[in-house]
Write a protein that binds this ligand. Sequence first.
Ligand code: MSP
Length: 517
Amino acid sequence: MSKETFYITSPLYYVNDVPHIGSAYTTIACDAVARYKRLRGFDVCFLTGTDEHGQKIFKAANDKGMTPQAHCDFIASKFQELWKLLDIKYDKFSRTTSKNHEVIVQEFFNRVYKNGDIYEANYEGLYCEPCEDFKAAKDLLEGNICPVHKTKVQEYKEKNYFFALSKFQDRLSDYFDKNPDFIQPSYRKNEVLGWVKEGLKDFPISRQSVKWGIPLPVDTSQTIYVWFDALIGYLSPLLNDGDLVNLENAMKKYWPSSVHVIGKDILRFHAVYWPCMLMSAGYPLPEKVFGHGFLTKDGEKMGKSTGNIIDPYELINEFGTDAVRFYFLKEVAFGKDGDFSRETFINRINSDLANNLGNLLNRSLNLVNKNFNGEIENTNSDLLSLKIKVEETIKSYEKHIENLDLKDALDVVWQLVDATNKAFNDNAPWKMIKEGKVNEAKACLYETLEILRNISILVNPFIPSTSVKMYEQLGFDSFSLTSEWDCLGIGKKSQFFKVLEGKPIFPRVEDKMQKAV
Ligand code: MSP
């Protein structure tokens, strides 16, 4: 029987500059969800990639004295390099300058055109280049400043080809009514419903003055608007090598997508434009669009000009991949805005990873190695009375992660870590050993190791290499970890442990700093 598919996408990042923490954040979250779904046996396709057309990118290349394509190739490779450092396991990397993409975009355009939803007209308006978006005068600051980028908008006057978005007003409203979970979290949905209520307006989907783009099939003096082009980047890489390059083949296996994960600033493109484009072209709509919040640093908006930035490379270099992945997913409620400060970062790593989880593993392995030659059998699998807590943790973890409440999923795991630490300290197996209560000590250690084995599986989507380290120290071959979901629960895998030597999985951060000086 073929597996059920799960298709998740991150946005396609602009290549005007090297990746920043905002792009890393979305991609880490998508990776965690994709890894979880793989653990659950789904046939997962996780797509990320780069959005490479438009004036902003053309200018960035020009400023560096590079050809646009060489510039795009270079920055796209920077994204791929960062994803490798962050242990991001993507299945497809979409690049909007690929040849297949151009063919697919043109086919999509032709379908919409033939269906009568594209027309020619003059456009006069205001455009924000960093947003690559048209702006209504009422939304601007001081009459001409984009509220997002704080830069001047440009007056724009061209003959363009328009997409007849207004035609889809009723169909889109109807779709939202029938699919109440389409936009997540619910507070983002209200925002979208507000826009639709204001009335959908047709918008230009071609540019006369922009040369760095895909030519319009019906008028090669124009290029396709970068957003119309980029959204189709969720389809074009789904083609397999050797497939005839067409939309039908691209959509065969994974379309419609299960979820598009995006930042809240690009919600309108995904929750309004994209569904209407797909309706017009006659294709099914994505199942879900999830808009997450924005990250700030020390409570302030991040920005190159103010120097208030988090450099993902520096962070990984200093603290390691899993620490970075863990911080953003555990500290910030996925959907809400969140803050980064060095202090909270270090506290989170020390308390959750080094102390609560790392020490528990280390202490129990040391006791087993010192007193029982590394071997423990099950003598009473519920001496710590945590069997039910483990089962409840698995259930609520599953519920949270399915809703993309990633922080909540991690929170329930850490409640289990805390409860296990408490039960371990209260029962004090080292005392039991001294007092000759060998069977009780073994029961206590077996249950602790079992809980740690369960935890190593539950944290796998979030901190994959720590999960593997834990699992291996517990004496298992990491290869079997990915098929472990059915072995969740106490006593579900084996009645016996033969553990390895315990090595700290997370050194405390001050220790590291002291070592460096
Ligand atoms: N190219 C478009 C997306 C096209 S998808 C078909 C784009 N690119 S972007 O590089 O500007 O932004 C990519 C993502 O990064 C967006 O989801 C955006 O929300 C996210 N972030 C940018 N800055 C961010 C923070 N400070 N915090 C969290 N995410 C942020 O938009």
